[in-house]
Design a protein around this ligand. Structure first.
Ligand SMILES: NC(=O)c1ccc[n+]([C@@H]2O[C@H](COP(=O)([O-])OP(=O)(O)OC[C@H]3O[C@@H](n4cnc5c(N)ncnc54)[C@H](O)[C@@H]3O)[C@@H](O)[C@H]2O)c1
Ligand SMILES: [Zn+2]
Length: 365
């Protein structure tokens, strides 16, 4: 049930780190930090919910081992992924005496990982950090690969950096306290990884979809390990997303535009699930994907209790502006990752606007 996955990155400099997946690993973390980061000052960054659930306990355990540590937090939720929160963190880190050899611990979901990772990448031109993801989404996806950043009023994740963590500690037991909605949210990214990269894994999710629960630790640990291993293989080949890594944006081109145009009232994974279905509809309409595969994808997401129908978008202009601001855009327009089968994707597909409008249920003008 324990999995260790090593991430090997060779260029521009050799860097490797290990992703450890193990029930109860959070309880061992203070000893691990005492052993592996001896003498470093530790700054835990978390959000208001995770502080209460796991943060205070971790701080106490570090202090009782005489590790100089402090705990910083910000209000939970996507709305905190902004420049103001990062500026406040910078101020607190500097005021508390952070140095280049200090260690930041990103303890929380994907928002904490992205924000704390970005603060770590930028304060004093970069300090080391470790990821301790506590949501399913963060455990299967966002804690791996070193993409960190914040949102901008013009669109999602537009400000950021690549800053690899020095280690990732995944404790599936932390998922017990997750809400059902946040658990489902993470399953959307699992389906994305499987559909984009690995047919067998997709079929495993399809087969076991009704049995996947946040308390089913054995099945869950395997799903997390498989998702992480698939993502690691991609990141090792294309750390800076010049090609292959773009496949992991499946469902995200429309997903991000949905999130931004709905003022982040949907959870990221909820928007991704809708994006996966609408983008696979585009793939069918463009003659890339079989209707039957589109239906299998949609039905799997439904069995995982994810919404798949396109929401009402009040401001279509905001939606298309967010689409145009997408990082995958270039002078030729927005590029999509589309499926050509379950487990197989193509990157860089130019999609004419009428196909987008049709898949989103907008009237075609
Ligand atoms: N950097 C990347 O590669 C990458 C990849 C995918 C997603 N993301 C980003 O991740 C973010 C979404 O992450 P998320 O869904 O984890 O959101 P989140 O961090 O907001 O967490 C969701 C909620 O769960 C709470 N929570 C966290 N751990 C908990 C626990 N163990 N028990 C109970 N509650 C807990 C949080 O306080 C929050 O209210 C988005 O901003 C998305 O853009 C980044
Ligand atoms: Zn995502």
């Amino acid at each position: 049930m324990n999995h260790n996955i090593v991430v090997r990155l060779d260029a521009p400099v050799r860097r490797s780190y290990t992703i450890r997946i193990q029930s109860g690993i959070l309880d061992d973390l203070p000893d691990t930090i005492a052993r592996e980061w001896r003498g470093k000052d530790v700054f835990i960054i978390t959000d208001s919910n995770v502080r209460r659930l796991y943060g205070t306990r971790l701080l106490r355990a570090l202090s009782s081992r005489n590790i100089s540590s402090c705990l910083l937090d910000f209000p939970a939720g996507e709305q905190s992924k902004n420049a103001e929160v990062v500026r406040r963190l910078h101020t607190q880190l500097l005021a508390q005496g952070i140095r280049r050899d200090s260690l930041i611990v990103a303890l929380g979901g994907g928002v904490v990982g992205d924000v704390a990772g970005f603060a770590a990448a930028t304060v004093l031109r970069g300090v080391k950090y470790i990821q301790v993801p506590t949501t399913l989404l963060a455990q299967v996806d966002s804690s791996v690969g070193g993409k960190v950043g914040i949102d901008h009023p013009l669109g999602k994740n537009l400000i950021g950096a690549f800053h690899q963590p020095s280690g990732v500690y995944i404790d599936p037991r932390t998922l017990h306290s997750l809400t059902a909605a946040d658990f489902r949210n993470g399953l959307a990214e699992v389906v994305k990884i499987a559909a984009a990269l690995d047919r067998k894994f997709f079929e495993q999710i399809e087969r076991t979809s009704r049995r996947i629960t946040k308390n089913g630790l054995r099945l869950l640990s395997d799903i997390i390990a498989r998702s992480v291993a698939l993502k690691v293989a991609v990141v090792e080949k294309d750390e800076f997303e010049s090609g292959l890594r773009k496949t992991l944006n499946l469902g995200h081109t429309l997903g991000h535009a949905i999130e931004a145009s709905m003022n982040y009232t949907l959870k990221h994974g909820e928007a991704v699930a809708i994006g996966l279905v609408a983008e696979s509809r585009i793939a069918v309409n463009m003659g890339l994907l079989k209707e039957q595969d589109h239906m299998r994808l949609r039905n799997t997401l439904r069995r995982l209790k994810l919404q798949t129908t396109f929401p009402k978008i009040k401001s279509r202009s905001r939606f298309f502006a967010a689409l145009a601001a997408d990082k995958k855009s270039d002078a030729g327009g927005t590029k999509f990752v589309l499926l050509k089968g379950l487990g197989y994707s193509v990157i860089g597909v130019q999609v004419p606007t009428p196909f987008v409008a049709q898949a989103c249920g907008f009237p075609i003008v």
